[in-house]
Design a protein around this ligand. Structure first.
Ligand SMILES: Nc1ncnc2c1ncn2[C@@H]1O[C@H](COP(=O)(O)OP(=O)(O)OP(=O)(O)O)[C@@H](O)[C@H]1O
Ligand SMILES: [Mg+2]
Length: 387
């Protein structure tokens, strides 16, 4: 799946704009504040019904506009549109037909996004990594979302029951909630494990390919259930053993809701270097990129859909060697849309096969529209955004 065209109206800095994208590499060039991130945000919002920058749709409306609308045409001719106005709320259409559920948009195919905040995936806490993994799981495994919801319900209800027992209620009332937690916990854990297993091998390949010095990288699910495996009795026993403590805290602390995704480099000594704690910014960035590239391959294998990859402002923070390695991977990987303040981060031969979208005040410059030409470097460097 790729995006062939995108139309924006009343979205952020765009009054009205239309861009044609290539199924391969697209490079969006513009100085600061020319609308690069806005364009990426629009594409993501139209297919995911969520923005990486805000949870409030009214922020997406161009100041003074009464609605924001983004329409995409996919490579196979399908269209999707999402609009927001304060009066009507969100309205989505697929192939021109109104759809009630935003899920229908999401089912058009996966979309992959790197924004500067994505670094938190490596740097931040476990909850962010779980949420990312679960969102991806929901994209590629139809039953995943239901497993996540079932676990959340079980944890919430069990915690409420723990609090009732703490307040003097009968302890045996916990038994059915233990059973719920065990069955939904093991179910989600199975799905997560399969997902991480599928990602791990590809992640290792991409992370090594993005590392100028080579190296061995890995992903693994860190779970307190690892020793229990698929055994419900083991899980029940573990819950039983910690019951007094859990009644006291009224918190269910054993289950996939406490998992973490470990992202590491394997050292020659056999030790693991956790990139969260010990990775440099560049290494952490490369790790997130490797994860996204791995996800795309898993998506393709599991669903037949690869999905576009949006990389906002990634080039400026990578060293030249990593830039070359990344562009090489992107050139071989389906649709990628990379934003940059200057085309100088790319070699002329890398741009030769790319679609250049040259932004001037949020509009494609006439010379660049629909062209496959190499961007003129003089213009970007006079745009005020060059390093
Ligand atoms: N709701 C809105 N209505 C109108 N303009 C907006 C709105 N939200 C943001 N903008 C403007 O959009 C402009 C471009 O923002 P954007 O983040 O896309 O720039 P950018 O090209 O990614 O810049 P940078 O290189 O600094 O990341 C900003 O100047 C911002 O003020
Ligand atoms: Mg930006």
């Amino acid at each position: 799946m790729y995006i062939a065209e995108i139309r924006l109206s009343g979205f952020r800095s765009y009054a009205s704009a239309h861009f044609a994208l290539s199924p391969g590499l697209n490079v969006v060039v513009g100085a600061n504040a020319t609308g690069k991130t806005n364009l990426v945000e629009a594409a993501y919002w139209s297919l995911r019904a969520t923005s990486p920058r805000t949870s409030r749709d009214d922020k997406l409306m161009r100041w003074g506009a009464d609605a924001a609308r983004v329409e995409v045409m996919l490579g196979d001719g399908r269209t999707a549109a999402l609009a927001y106005s304060p009066r009507l709320g969100r309205r989505a259409t697929v192939d021109g037909v109104a759809v009630n559920s935003l899920e229908r948009l999401r089912r058009l195919g996966p979309v992959f996004l790197f924004v500067p905040e994505s670094l938190l995936l490596v740097k931040g806490g476990p909850a962010r990594r779980r949420a990312h993994l679960d969102a991806f799981g929901a994209d590629v495994d139809p039953a995943y979302q239901a497993s996540v919801a079932a676990l959340q319900t079980a944890v919430r209800q069990r915690n409420a029951q723990l609090a009732r027992v703490r307040a003097g209620g009968p302890e045996r009332a916990l038994d059915p909630w233990d059973a719920q937690l065990v069955s939904s916990g093991l179910e989600l854990e199975r799905r997560r494990r399969a997902l991480v297993e599928a990602l791990a091998e590809r992640f290792a390949g991409f992370a090594a390919a993005l590392s100028p010095a080579g190296g061995a990288f890995g992903l693994s699910l860190r779970s307190a259930l690892a020793d229990i495996g698929d055994d419900p009795d083991g899980y029940h026993e573990a819950l039983w053993a910690r019951r007094p403590r859990e009644i006291e805290s009224a918190v269910s602390a054993l289950g996939p809701h406490r998992d973490d995704l470990e992202i590491f480099e394997s050292l020659p000594t056999g030790e693991r270097r956790d990139l969260r704690l010990f990775g440099s910014q560049g290494e952490q960035r490369a790790a997130v990129l490797a994860l996204l590239l791995a996800e795309r391959e898993v998506a393709e294998q599991w669903t037949g859909q690869r999905g576009p990859l949006f990389l906002d402002d990634v080039m400026s923070e990578l060293d030249d060697a990593r830039r070359r390695l990344l562009v090489r991977l992107l050139a071989a990987s389906g649709q990628a849309v990379v934003t940059t303040t200057t085309s100088m981060y790319f070699r002329p031969e890398e741009l030769a096969g790319a679609r250049i979208i040259d932004l001037q005040d949020g509009l494609p410059a006439p010379a660049a529209e629909g062209s496959r030409r190499v961007a003129t470097e003089g213009r970007e460097s006079s745009g005020g955004g060059s390093p």
